[in-house]
Design a protein around this ligand. Structure first.
Ligand SMILES: C[S@@+](CC[C@H](N)C(=O)[O-])C[C@H]1O[C@@H](n2cnc3c(N)ncnc32)[C@H](O)[C@@H]1O
Length: 299
């Protein structure tokens, strides 16, 4: 049975993108194709769809499931920061709609075996890529090889964890005894680095460190910045770009980028405030809790 990923803010995203038959669409985060399917239905046989994801396993599942839709569609294993290259290679100078639903899919969190979750003991990879190559950065490399200050910087900067220095110290002390190889080892080092009163809260004490490592491994913020700029450039006049983000660091980047475009008279944000999941969605899919949707329309 293929893994299910419940698409987040689906109706809001589709409405906000204002999809029409014949639209040319670029999707940077195919994942398991939840948004893709609804996009394909709306753009119809005259539409053009180009979708990328770094995760070849997810992409293959989505492509197979959506095969029967009669839309000119291209799926590519690619980082969305290279959307210009993909559009060049597919002879698509401009598109009408762009979607980024960033972060992790359920497949990656629950079943990838790449160490995104501390709920299972897995090797510390955390790459969006299904099979990282020798020169791809992994979480194992960061925790075992980066200097203490760099570790503390990412845990503070990307995890927004006020105990970043304590955690970095504990990681460095532990790796001097033996290399840190798995998610359980790392989660337990982080937990014991925290003051005892904070070790048993509702949210796992290693959540922020895991988030920080994932962001660093995949250069998520750098990729987002690049993709937003390149995406807006390749958007046709009156085209729309929608971004669903899952934490404040990403949302801040999207917000500031859209604000700057609006100030320069290049676009209008159709979402003055970000759209968050309503009660019904939260009940069905508690993982959507932190999602925020922002949309800009090009002038
Ligand atoms: C939240 S999931 C998308 C789920 C999808 N909308 C659905 O409904 O099935 C995010 C996806 O984006 C991919 N991703 C994240 N950053 C990426 C990047 N820089 N380039 C390409 N894919 C990326 C991940 O591999 C993951 O599959």
């Amino acid at each position: 049975m293929p893994t299910k990923h419940i698409p987040v803010l689906l109706q809001e995203t589709l409405e906000g993108l204002d999809l029409h038959p014949g639209d040319r669409v670029f999707e940077g985060t195919v994942g398991l194709g939840g948004h893709t399917e609804e996009i394909l239905k709306r753009i119809g046989e005259k539409g053009i769809y180009i979708g990328v994801d770094q995760d070849s396993q997810a992409l293959a599942q989505a492509e197979k499931r959506l095969k029967s839709y009669k839309v000119a569609k291209i799926f590519r294993e690619e980082n969305f920061r290279n959307l210009d290259r993909v559009l060049d290679e597919t002879q698509t100078p401009l598109v009408d709609k762009i979607l980024f639903d960033i972060g992790l899919s359920n497949l990656q969190l629950e079943e990838s075996g790449r160490g995104f979750s501390f709920k299972r003991d897995e090797p510390l990879l955390m790459t969006f890529k299904t099979s990282p190559k020798g020169d791809d950065l992994t979480a194992k490399e960061i925790v075992n090889e980066w200097g203490k200050d760099s570790l503390a910087d990412i845990i503070r900067g990307y995890g927004e964890d006020r105990f970043a220095d304590r955690i970095a110290n504990a990681i460095v002390a532990e790796r001097e005894i033996k290399p840190i190889e798995t998610t359980n080892e790392l989660a337990s080092i982080v937990t014991t680095a925290l003051p005892p009163s904070l070790r048993h809260g509702r949210i796992h004490p290693a959540t922020k460190t895991f988030q920080a490592l994932r962001i660093a491994v995949n250069d998520e913020l750098g990729a987002l910045r690049q993709a937003l700029a390149k995406g807006f450039e390749r958007l046709a006049p009156r085209g729309r770009m929608a971004v669903v983000s899952f934490h404040s660091l990403e949302d801040r980047i999207v917000k500031n980028f859209f604000k700057d475009l609006a100030t320069r008279g290049l676009g209008i944000t159709t979402t003055k405030k970000p759209i968050s999941p309503g009660e019904e969605e939260l009940e069905k899919n508690p993982k959507s809790r932190s999602a925020k949707l922002r949309i800009i329309k090009k002038n």
